[in-house]
Design a protein around this ligand. Structure first.
Ligand SMILES: *Cc1c(COP(=O)(O)O)cnc(C)c1O
Length: 381
C-alpha cells in the first residue's frame, strides 16, 4: 500500500509532470517572472471558470482578505463579523487593519457561520460580514446576502477552502462559491484544493469600480506608474505559480469529484458507529452524486464519546496522519480575547474544538488506504 498522507501532492504532480515541468521551464527561459503573460492568462481562465467579471491575483489568501477589506474603504472602529471557527487569517486581517472583529458561533452540522448568531451580532457600527466556506462547503449565501441587504453590509466570502464549490439557490440556479458576495477571496497554498507550488491567492468581484481600486492597491496604490493615489501593498502572484495554476485549473472539477468520492466512501464506512458523526451537506444532507455543493477540503468527523484526543493519539501511533482543525476557537485565542465574548455565545465552537478530527483527504486517496483508516477508527471508537 502507498504510504498514507494527509495530503499527497507528489502523486498528484506525477500525473501532470511533463506539462508542469515544461511550463515552469518556459517561464524561467522567458525571464518574465513578475506579471508575465502567464499571470494574465491564468486570471482570464479563472474568470471564465468562476463566471465572474474580475479576478485579481495576489500573493496569498491572507493578503487577499486584507486587500479586499482595504478596497472597501473600511475604517478604524468599523465592525466586521466573522465565524469563531476558522483559520486565524480571517480574523487576523480584520484586527491588523484596526477594524473591530466580531466573532460569532457556527452551525453544529455544517460548521459554517450561524445565521441567528450573525443577526444578533449586527450593530449600527457593523460594516461587513466575512462568511468562511469552511472545509469546502459553501456557507448559506442566500440567507447571508438577504441579511446583508437588509442592513446595508458588505460581504467578503473567504473561499480559501472551497474553490470550485457550487452554491445552489432556492430557485435551482447555481453560482460558484466566492462570486456571490461583494468580494470573494481565495488561497492557492499548495494543500488547498487548487494549490500552486508556493504561495498564491486571488480576489474575485463583479464590481468594476472595486476591481479597479483593488488592482491598484495590490501594486503600491499605483494606477499610473509612479503615481501613488492610495496607500497600497505589494502583493503579486508570480509567473511560475500562475503557470502551474493554469495547468491545474482544468483538473479542478475532477479533483473536487475525487475528494467527494473519498468522502462518500468514508461516510459509508463510519455509518454504523453511534459515536461518530460524519459530515453532511446543507443542500442534500448526504453527499450526493451529482451536485458540487461540498468540495471536501477537509473531511472532518465529530467523535461524541469524549475520546477524540485518545483517537488522535491512537492514529498517530498507528502511523495514520490526522489533524485537529481547530483545537482552540478564535474567541479563546490570546490575540483575540475581548470582554464582550461570553462563553455561552460560543456553545458550538467550544464543543467542536473538543470533538472534531480531520482525516487524510486528497485527490490520490485509494480505497485500500481508506479501508485501513476506517477499520483502525472503527475498532477504537
Ligand atoms: C488557508 C486559509 C487562509 C489563508 O491563506 P494563505 O494563502 O495561507 O494566506 C485564509 N482563510 C482560510 C479559511 C484558510 O483556510
Amino acid at each position: 500500500m502507498k504510504k498514507i498522507q494527509m495530503v499527497d501532492l507528489q502523486s498528484q504532480y506525477q500525473k501532470i509532470q511533463p506539462e508542469i515541468d515544461s511550463a515552469i521551464h518556459d517561464v524561467v527561459a522567458s525571464a518574465a517572472f513578475i506579471n508575465g503573460p502567464e499571470v494574465k492568462k491564468f486570471q482570464s481562465d479563472l474568470e471564465a471558470y468562476l463566471d465572474v467579471k474580475h479576478v485579481i491575483p495576489c500573493a496569498n489568501g491572507t493578503d487577499a482578505l486584507q486587500i479586499a477589506m482595504m478596497g472597501l474603504g473600511l475604517e478604524q472602529g468599523d465592525e466586521v463579523i466573522t465565524a469563531d471557527f476558522t483559520f486565524a487569517a480571517t480574523v487576523e486581517v480584520i484586527a491588523l487593519l484596526k477594524l473591530t472583529p466580531v466573532l460569532v458561533d457556527v452551525d453544529p452540522k455544517t460548521f459554517n457561520i450561524d445565521l441567528e448568531a450573525l443577526k444578533n451580532a449586527i450593530t449600527p457600527k457593523t460594516k461587513a460580514i466575512v462568511p468562511v466556506h469552511l472545509f469546502g462547503q459553501s456557507a448559506n449565501m442566500e440567507a447571508i446576502m438577504k441579511i446583508a441587504e437588509e442592513h446595508n453590509l458588505y460581504v467578503i466570502e473567504d473561499t480559501a477552502q472551497a474553490i470550485g464549490a457550487d452554491y445552489t439557490f432556492k430557485d435551482g440556479s447555481t453560482k460558484k462559491a466566492g462570486t456571490i458576495g461583494t468580494l470573494g477571496t481565495t488561497s492557492f497554498f499548495p494543500s488547498k484544493n487548487l494549490g500552486c507550488y508556493g504561495d498564491g491567492g486571488a480576489i474575485f468581484t463583479n464590481d468594476d469600480e472595486l476591481a479597479h481600486t483593488i488592482r491598484g492597491m495590490v501594486n503600491h496604490g499605483m494606477y499610473k506608474r509612479y503615481y501613488h493615489d492610495v496607500v497600497g501593498v505589494n502583493s503579486r502572484l508570480d509567473s511560475i505559480q500562475a503557470a502551474v495554476l493554469r495547468l491545474k485549473l482544468p483538473h479542478l472539477d475532477d479533483y473536487c469529484s475525487a475528494r467527494r468520492k473519498a468522502a462518500r466512501y468514508y461516510n459509508n464506512g463510519f455509518r454504523s458507529n453511534p459515536n461518530i458523526i460524519t459530515p453532511v451537506t446543507e443542500k442534500c444532507g448526504e453527499i450526493c452524486d451529482t451536485c458540487n455543493c461540498h468540495v471536501f477540503h477537509q473531511y472532518t468527523l465529530k467523535i461524541t464519546n469524549g475520546k477524540r484526543d485518545e483517537l488522535h493519539q491512537h492514529l498517530m501511533d498507528k502511523g495514520i496522519p490526522n489533524a485537529i482543525y481547530y483545537p482552540v476557537p478564535l474567541h479563546n485565542q490570546k490575540a483575540y480575547l475581548d470582554d464582550r465574548y461570553k462563553e455561552e455565545l460560543f456553545k458550538v465552537t467550544n464543543e467542536l474544538s473538543k470533538t472534531v478530527i480531520s482525516l487524510p483527504m486528497h485527490t490520490e486517496l485509494d480505497e485500500e488506504q481508506q479501508d485501513l483508516i476506517i477499520q483502525t477508527i472503527m475498532e477504537f471508537v
